[in-house]
Structures are given as C-alpha cells and as structure tokens.
Write a protein that binds this ligand. Structure first.
Ligand code: GLY
Length: 375
C-alpha cells in the first residue's frame, strides 16, 4: 500500500509523483522539511529491518543524523557509510568500500540502502544496492537540484571508469524518492546555477510553459520560496517520469533526455570535468540549437530562446574548444552506435526528435554550432 493510499502523507508533501516502470512502481515525494519523516515513508514503501545511509563527506555532517534518527524512530537498525566527496571518487574502489560497509552492517534481502546526497551518491549507492545480494532496495533522498530533477528518478546507477564517465552501471529503480527542497538551502549558489542546465533541458524537451516561466523567473535568483521551488522540482520530475515510464531502458524515448548531452558531455570531458555537468549541458544545448537552426532542422528563432534561458541563469551558451577536440570526445561518447550518433535535436521549445547522425553530419553540427555565437 502506498503512503498516499494509507492517507498518512503529511501536509508538507507538496506533490506526489507516481512512477511506473516495467521493473518497479514507486512514488516520488516532493516537499518541505521531509527529512524528519523519512523513516515513516521508507518503512511504508520499503519495509525491512535494517537500513544503511550512504552519503559523502559534505552531505553527511549536514543531514545524516536527522535521517538516521528518523529511521531509528521508524524501527530500523541504522548504520551510515560515508565516502569522500567529489566526482573523482565515483570509482570502483569507492563502490567496493560502500559494499563492504553494507555487508559489515549485515543487511539482508529485505533491507534498504538510503542514498542521501547528490548525483554521485545516488549513482553509487544505487549501484551498490543493485549488486549487494544481487539486488536490495534503494531509497533516493536527493539533496542537490541536479539529483532532484534528474538522477534520483529513473533508476540509472553507475561509477566512472578511466575510459569515461558512468561506463559501469546498472538499471536499478528506487523503492521511493524523497526530495526535500529545504536541502537546497545549504547548496552553493554555483552548484544551484549549474543544475539549472538540466531544468532548461526539460523545458526545451517537453514543456514550453516551464521554459517560459524559468526564463522570466530564473531558478537561481532570489525570489523562489520553498513552495515555488517544490513546484518546479515536481514538474521536472513529472517530465522525467513520463519519459522513463514509456522507456525504462533507453531503447527509444529515453534517449531524448540526452538533449544537449552529445556536445555537452564532450565539452565537460574536454574540460577535464572542471566545467559542471549542467553548465556543459547548457553549452551543448545552445550549440545543437544553433546547428539545428542553421541546418533547417529546427524552427527559426529557437537558438535565441535557448541562449536567453541559459544567459538568464548565468550558464555558458557556447564553447571555445577546438572543433577537433569536441569531435574526438563526442564520437567516444557511450551513446554512439557504430558509425552514427543518435543526436537529440530541438525542433521547437517543447519538441525534440532523435536523428541518427553520421560522423560527417556530426562534423557539420560541430562546425555550425560550436564557437560560432555572435554577441
Ligand atoms: N539522465 C538521463 C537519464 O536518466 O536517462
């Protein structure tokens, strides 16, 4: 029975977004001050007797104790596994130490891993849950905007390899997602701004109203109260939900979530990950819009709109990287299919399509889209 059916959902839950994929159905709670009730929600959604909180060294001191106490009040035996913060630690050796930590706490099949943190934590704790005893439940508690609007929903889990980001992973849907927008209060402004790249992407992908609204009221400007932020987060989660419900394993529609990512990932990797993911996606989005407009694949005027949205959030709209560098990274992207890349092309705000792009065509996209912005 879901918490909603049980009627015990608290009034500080602003929105419940039900997700229903082929492998699992679960709810996403978006709200204000939810951490103290996390144990109750997890008990009702996942059951079990033991829970392990997985968090990094930044998020642990901020929120782990509250979540731990809440889980204990709900009757769980609780432990915490903490790892060093940073994308550079999203590696197999960290995954191993998380798995050893879970094993030490003697979790069994019905028990729960609680991923408390940003995208790196969600991906690694999710993968640890997918592997431990061949799969135990994971609950995602995203604490960054990027994790709330993107990585906590949809079940992608991964670690990085020397050859590239997220190259080893599994699909493992959570049993519940709890997004407490109060966690964003402690988020560094630059990280908040960076996350807006994925929000702009969702607007271009599926929602002209969201796009228009965030252009007029940039998310990283003051003026968003918790309720306003919860509504934006919930709308983003609905957009992502609609995609993963239709295509959990990225056979078709889910590829559209890679809008801005073919060039964005290349820009991010070429910067040696110094540029944030959302900022790289914003730049990639503007570059692909410019090329699509020039090639007649997109409605005239789309570039101006996408650039304006990125500028309003202080995000980059282009890259000065040499074209051959972008090409090298873009063709090594894991989304490549033989001699073609499935490029997600914006048609107009709210509509995109996937184009099987030959490597020669990709060169043309890079030539027309990258390093060509006119101020
Ligand atoms: N972040 C893209 C996806 O979840 O498919």
């Amino acid at each position: 029975m879901s918490v909603l059916e049980n009627n015990s959902v608290a009034s500080n839950v602003v929105s419940v977004v039900p997700v229903s994929t082929t492998s699992r159905s679960y709810d996403v709670y978006v709200g204000i001050d939810l951490l103290d009730d996390a144990g109750t929600y997890i008990r009702e959604a996942a059951g079990g007797t033991s829970a392990v909180i997985v968090c990094d060294s930044n998020v642990g001191p901020l929120y782990a104790q509250r979540v731990q106490e809440s889980l204990a009040r709900a009757g769980y035996a609780v432990g915490t596994v903490t790892f060093a913060a940073g994308e550079q630690h999203k590696r197999l050796c960290t995954l191993e130490s998380i798995l050893e930590g879970i094993a030490k706490l003697e979790l069994s099949r019905g028990d729960v891993v609680v991923a408390l943190g940003g995208g790196v934590t969600g991906d690694m704790a999710g993968l640890a849950a997918a592997l431990y005893l061949r799969g135990i439940q994971v609950v995602q508690i995203p604490t960054s905007l990027l994790a709330m609007v993107d990585s906590s929903v949809g079940g992608k889990t991964a670690v990085d390899l020397a050859a590239g980001k997220n190259l080893a992973g599994a699909f493992h849907q959570p049993s519940l997602v709890i997004a407490d927008v109060c966690c964003l209060h402690t988020l560094d402004h630059d990280l908040l701004s960076d996350s807006c790249g994925e929000v702009i992407k969702h607007g271009v992908l599926a929602d002209p109203e969201l796009f228009d609204s965030i252009c007029r009221h940039p998310i990283n400007a003051s003026g968003y109260d918790d309720l306003g932020m919860a509504r934006v987060v919930a709308r983003n989660m609905e957009i992502k939900r609609d995609v993963v419900n239709a295509d959990e394993r990225e056979q078709g529609l889910r590829q559209t979530l890679n809008l801005g990512h073919t060039l964005g990932h290349a820009i991010e990797a070429a910067s040696n990950y110094q540029l944030g993911h959302g900022s790289a996606v914003a730049a990639g989005l503007c570059c692909v819009a410019r090329a699509a407009e020039a090639l007649g694949w997109a409605e005239p005027g789309i570039t101006r709109l996408v650039e304006a949205a990125c500028q309003a959030h202080g995000l980059p709209t282009d890259t000065s990287l040499p074209h051959e560098v972008i090409r090298r990274y873009a063709v090594h992207d894991k989304k490549r299919h033989g001699q073609a890349v499935n490029l997600v092309v914006p048609r107009r705000i709210g509509s995109v399509f996937v184009r099987k792009t030959t490597l020669a065509e990709l060169d043309e996209v890079i030539r027309l889209g990258c390093g060509t912005r006119r101020d």
